[in-house]
Each structure stands twice: as C-alpha cells, then as structure tokens.
Design a protein around this ligand. Sequence first.
Ligand code: SF4
Length: 348
Amino acid sequence: MNFKTLSVCLDMYGCPNRCAHCWLGNTPNGNLTKDDLRFVAEQFRPYTNDFEIFDWYREPDYHDDYKELWDLTANLSDHKTPHFELISFWRAVRDETYLDWVKSLGVRQAQLTFFGGEAITDRYVGRKGAYRELLKAIELLLEKEIAPRIQVFVNKETLPELPLVEALIHELRLPKRCGEFGETFTAFVHAGSCDGVNEKHYGIWITEEELVKIPPFLAQSTLQHFGKPNLQTVFGEAESVLYARMAQDESTHNYIEDAPVFYVDRKFDVYPNITAPDTFWCLGNLKADGAEAILRRYLDNASPAQYTALTVPARELVQAYGDPNSGRLFECGDYRNLLLNRWCRERQ
Ligand code: SF4
C-alpha cells in the first residue's frame, strides 16, 4: 500500500464555535497531546512517500501552543502546506501576537464568516459576542495589512440579512482600505454542503428564484471569487433537475483516490474527508485497529457509506430520498452525498 500523498488531520482541540452550518458536526472538544499527534503521524507515514499531518480539522490555531504545533506538524510531515486563509478570529481578538505570526507565514487574505447582522451571526456561530469579535478582527486584520475575506452562508433565513452584510462592507470601506495596501477585497456567498449540522437546513435551502434577492455587490464579488458566469452555476442545479437526471442513472460511485485526506477525531476514529464524519463513514479506530487495517478498509470500500456508494445506483438513492418537485439548489456531488447520508443513516 503506497499512496501518492497522504494527509491526516487530527482534531486535537476542536473549536470555540458551534456553527449552525458546520459540516464537520458539533462534537465536543478534545484535549489531545503532542504525543498523540506523533502517534498518529507514526501510524500513517509508512504508507506514502509524501505525508502531511495537521493538528486540526475544525478551528486552526485554537490551542495556545499553535506556533509550536505548526513547527511540530512541519517536522512530522514530508511537506508543509502554507497556512490557509482560514484563521481563528477567536484567537485574533485574544492574542496580540497571532496576526503578526499569521502574516509572517505569508497569509495576505483571511476568511471571516457572517450570516447577516449581529443577532443572526451570533446565533449561527453559536456564541454570543461572535459578531462583535468579527468586527474587531476586521480592524485588526486591516492594521496588519491582511485583507479580510467575507464569506456568507445563504439559506431562506439568512437571505433577508444579506443587505446588512453588504452595508457593513460599504460602511467599513473594505474594498478601498484593502486596496490601500495593495490587496483586493473579496466577499462571496454560497450555501455550503447539505451535510453535518447544515443538513438540518434542507427545509430552508435556497432555490433558484431566490437568487435575485442576493444584493448586487455580493453577487458580483461572488462571481469574481468563483470565476463563474452567473449565480446559478455557483449554487448548482435545482433538485428537480438533479432528480430527473439521477433517476435515469445506473452508475455507482467509488470514492477512493490515490491522494486521500483522513480525519482523526478526538477518540481516534478515522474518516475519509468526503462529507460529514458520521459513524457510517468510519473506517475504524486508530488505537484499536491500526493504520494498515483502516487504510485497507478505505481501499476495500468497507465502511457502510463507501460500500453503499459502490453498490447502490444513483437511481435507487434518488428515488428513495430525493424530491422530484424541489427547486433547492445543489452541486451534483454534494447532492449525491446528501442522498447517500440519508440512505446510510436510516439503515445503520
Ligand atoms: S464551521 Fe468551522 S468554526 Fe464553525 S463550528 Fe464548524 S469547525 Fe468550528
């Protein structure tokens, strides 16, 4: 067994937030040790010549030891991916050395997520005060000449709040202020994938006719960000269209790839990075089973979800769990995962 590359993300400390759209699920936070991180790396690294380990898959840089953990993961890996534009706004407003450190790693844009105004953003982030922290983080980022990148999740409930986000962007003059230090300001809206906690929002999922309600600046920035010609191609196709196509589709799906990413949760259960880490995707427990057996299960499509994907045709999935009359918009792969998750959940 030798993968082209193999990436493993260990959920060492979890996340300070409990977002209502979180596809990773709102599980309790862990408190793992650096020896746990070393153990996970030792387990997986024999199975590739290009290994990388991350100390998080929920909130980056959440633990006070984030700088040491950055160096340790670099030492335990064959290569180190540059710091993503994903930062911890929780840490940014509590740790005055954090943004200098982030900038020293080459980060020039940092993503912040809004859901509308203060009340709805606090509610969706799952923490009172989150909105005010986001506002403070914007100012701190600008001080360090890092451009805030605003992401907004859209559903029927957040849609009426989008003008508030657009007004905030204008009020804070974000495009101009980012331009002053040579960065382009970016904002974008999308629905996210309908899995994890966000699956609960299926009932209020955005439909095609609602796209015109997205305010003009956010709409235009979204198209620029994704490089798409119109919002429909950002949000995907109507469920009725996907249903009609899949109802004729006898194909099954094999999720195996030669450069997989695995998530290891605080109890050392291992999941492929495909959709929400639900029990039917679990490949085993690293402590109990070891990496070899877990990777073998992955390659054998042995988890209930992978086995179902490989053996149940798209037609059966959609006929069992799709809605032929729904105008909700989904990207095709996300929609297949939604149906697969529903199928597996009912049979576990
Ligand atoms: S979406 Fe991100 S920040 Fe929100 S709860 Fe999930 S992991 Fe944490």
